[in-house]
Design a protein around this ligand. Structure first.
Ligand code: KIV
Length: 266
């Protein structure tokens, strides 16, 4: 399989070809999703929920992230591999450099951090040192307690305008991708049109440059948690296996069939 690089991802945006992203946490699924045409694998700290059984991503450590990143890297057949920096592992610039290096040495091609303009200096330093960064705005699960729960973000004028300012600052700092989670579709569109880097949405409508879902959610395995933005691809027509479901997801992201209106916030 052809290796997907950051350059490939930038080309996809330039060609208006939607980018398919999915999470994986182990080598078996990493191999399966990369062979099913996924362009980016995210080793998300959502592993705290779906692998470890916690109620949030807060208990996940950088060692947990390194372990799962190394597992995924061994199975990956050529997708770009992004690893999440865990809760408080990038609280200071020194911690950020040291922990990002651990993830890169475990096999990541890029690291992801949650937050806005306050990350400017850290992202700049990582970028200068050759570590590509994916930023994450909107619902940032590591801040669930500060946000007062898992809620759609940017619904009022002030928070929407703050999100746009943050997005511009993150791009200026050097971020190469931006995840937008649980954001009204119009705001995600505005952010996407304002930036030159690709945006990847989850619960952010179908006008972002790409889509990401948690693997266990899109396979319908998470029976206690079914947010509006998730589609169970195991129930799609002609899907008989996990590979079929992932291939169907890729096809629907590429054709902008997914997310449909029923998966979006307005
Ligand atoms: O941890 C994760 O899986 C994520 C995605 C939901 C974007 O950050």
């Amino acid at each position: 399989m052809k290796k997907i690089t950051l350059h490939t991802i930038q080309q996809l945006k330039a060609n208006n070809d939607p980018i398919s992203v999915i999470t994986a946490y182990d080598s078996t699924f990493a191999k399966l999703v990369s062979e099913s045409g996924i362009e980016i694998i995210l080793v998300g700290d959502s592993l705290g929920n779906v692998i470890q059984g916690h109620a949030s991503t807060v208990p996940v450590s950088i060692d947990d992230m390194c372990y799962h990143t190394a597992c995924v890297a061994r199975g990956n057949q050529g997708s770009l591999l992004i690893a999440d920096m865990s809760y408080m592992s990038y609280a200071t610039e020194d911690q950020t450099m040291c922990n990002a290096a651990k993830l890169m040495q475990a096999g990541a091609n890029m690291v992801k951090v949650e937050g806005g303009e306050w990350l400017y200096a850290s992202i700049k330093k990582l970028t200068q040192r050759g570590i590509p960064v994916c930023a994450h705005l909107g619902l940032t699960p590591q801040s669930v307690d500060a946000l007062g729960g898992y809620k759609v973000q940017g619904r009022d004028e002030q928070s929407a305008s703050q999100m746009i300012d943050d997005a511009v600052a993150l791009e200026k700092a050097g971020a190469k991708l931006l995840v937008l989670e649980c954001v009204p579709q119009d705001l995600a569109k505005q952010v996407t049109e304002t930036l030159t880097i690709p945006t990847i949405g989850i619960g952010a409508g179908n006008l972002t440059d790409g889509q990401v879902l948690v693997l266990q959610d899109m396979l319908g395995l998470n029976r206690d948690f079914k947010p509006k933005f998730v589609k169970d691809f195991m129930q799609a027509p002609n899907v008989k296996s996990v590979s079929d479901a992932v291939e169907c997801y890729v096809k629907e992201v590429k054709s902008r069939q997914f997310p449909a209106a029923e998966h979006c916030f307005n």
